[in-house]
Structures are given as structure tokens and as C-alpha cells.
Design a protein around this ligand. Structure first.
Ligand code: GLN
Length: 231
């Protein structure tokens, strides 16, 4: 069995789905670096731990299985801490508070969750947005990435998506400016985003939480936060 000391010299293998702007993304150029709040945060955490990073960009729905198999060390994928997931992976302390919202093109006629009845919305496979649509019986098309779900709205294939608020807000402040609206969903609770690790990696979980606590203390977390969330 492996030990934390044995892992110390190896790169931290980070699983992500780099289409969750501004948490993790790449510019159109596929060779571009991994950008975003969570990518900066995991880089700062790895640096604290004296580890380099090896990234793996995979569909969101494949992330928990790959962590469970032990083929990746940690998920940095805007992952909401849910009861079901907590039975499969270890979560770090949360690094961000989120909530589900409706993203819809302006003039779509959609003003509340009730207006989605009889429509087919776009969601990302394996996400809390997809779970919500299923639980409420809202017909939905499930995409491997957020980029594809948002694209579906842009090409008129779906009148709305259910996604995380910070991602919808960021989109509406950038590419979607003047073209899309963000609509709250009153019956949803706050969600907490965290890193996910293998159930056996309690030592890694400790190190990640200690590094994150240090970054909160020394102001580095705040700096990274302001870089992405305060324009
Ligand atoms: N926070 C949502 C979830 O955990 C969406 C994550 C994502 O799309 N990367 O399901």
C-alpha cells in the first residue's frame, strides 16, 4: 500500500473538465494552459505541498470513477459536495459556495422554473444540474461538457440550461453579455464546491486542507478569488 511519503515526489494527478469557466478552462488553442480560479487554487496548494501537477482533462461524468480507481489523485472540477458523492470519494474543505440557476437566451420567454415544463433543456451529464432536471421531471439533453450545453442554447437547440450560478454569471458578463439572462431557482439550496480524492487518501486530504487553510490565512486565496470574481 502506498504512503504519503512515497507520493511526495510524484506529480499530483489532477482530473478536471476544463469547460467550467471561470473555475477551469482552456483558451481555444488546445495547447493553452489550464486557467481559472480552481486551477490557480490547486496550483497554489500543490506548491505548498512541494508537488508538481499533471493535468487530465476528461468528461465530468468520468471524474468520480477515475478517482475511485486511483488513476488520478484529485478532482478539481467545480464538484459539488453531495451525499451520494461523499459515499464514493473524500472531499476537501469547500472552497466556494454555489447554487443552481437557469441560463436562458434573452426573449426566450422563460422567466421561472415553471416555464421549463414541456421544454427540453440542456445540462451537463453527471452534474447536480442534470440531477435537478431529472428530479423535477424536466426533459433534458445531457452533454459531456458545459461548453456544449451552452453551445446548444446559442444555436437554438434548447431554450435553457441549468448550471452553477458563478458559471452562468461569468458567461453573462463576457461572451453572453446582453444576450442571456440568469434566473434564480427559489427551491434550490446552496451547494459547496470542493476537491475530491480517493476514499483511502486521508493523508492527501489532510495536506490539501492544511495548504488551503494556509492560503486563506496568508491572503493568497483572497488574491486568487479577486482575480476571477471581482472585475
Ligand atoms: N457543481 C456542479 C456539480 O458538481 C457542476 C460541476 C461542473 O459542471 N463541472 O455537479
Amino acid at each position: 500500500s502506498k504512503t504519503a511519503e512515497a507520493d511526495q515526489n510524484k506529480p499530483l494527478r489532477v482530473a478536471t473538465n476544463a469547460t467550467f469557466v471561470p473555475f477551469e478552462f482552456k483558451d481555444n488553442d488546445q495547447s493553452s494552459e489550464y486557467k481559472g480560479f480552481e486551477m490557480d487554487l490547486i496550483r497554489a496548494i500543490a506548491k505548498e505541498m512541494g508537488r508538481t501537477i499533471e493535468y487530465n482533462n476528461i468528461p465530468f461524468s468520468g471524474i468520480i470513477p477515475i478517482i475511485q480507481q486511483g488513476d488520478m489523485d484529485i478532482a478539481a472540477a467545480g464538484m459539488t459536495m453531495t451525499k451520494d458523492r461523499a459515499s464514493k470519494v473524500l472531499f476537501s474543505a469547500p472552497f466556494y459556495e454555489s447554487k443552481l440557476v437557469i441560463l436562458t437566451p434573452k426573449n426566450s420567454g422563460i422567466q421561472s422554473i415553471n416555464d421549463l415544463k414541456g421544454k427540453t433543456i440542456a445540462v451537463q451529464l453527471g452534474t447536480t444540474g442534470a440531477d435537478y432536471a431529472e428530479a423535477k421531471g424536466i426533459a433534458n439533453k445531457q452533454f459531456d461538457s458545459n461548453a456544449e450545453a451552452i453551445m446548444e442554447l446559442q444555436v437554438g437547440g434548447s431554450p435553457a440550461a441549468i448550471i452553477d450560478k458563478p458559471v452562468a454569471d461569468y458567461f453573462v458578463s463576457q461572451d453572453g453579455k446582453g444576450k442571456f439572462d440568469v434566473i434564480p431557482i427559489p427551491d434550490t439550496k446552496s451547494e459547496y464546491l470542493a476537491f475530491a480524492m480517493n476514499k483511502k487518501d486521508t493523508e492527501l486530504q489532510k495536506q490539501v486542507n492544511a495548504a488551503m487553510a494556509k492560503l486563506k490565512e496568508n491572503g493568497e486565496y483572497q488574491k486568487i478569488y479577486e482575480k476571477w470574481f471581482h472585475s
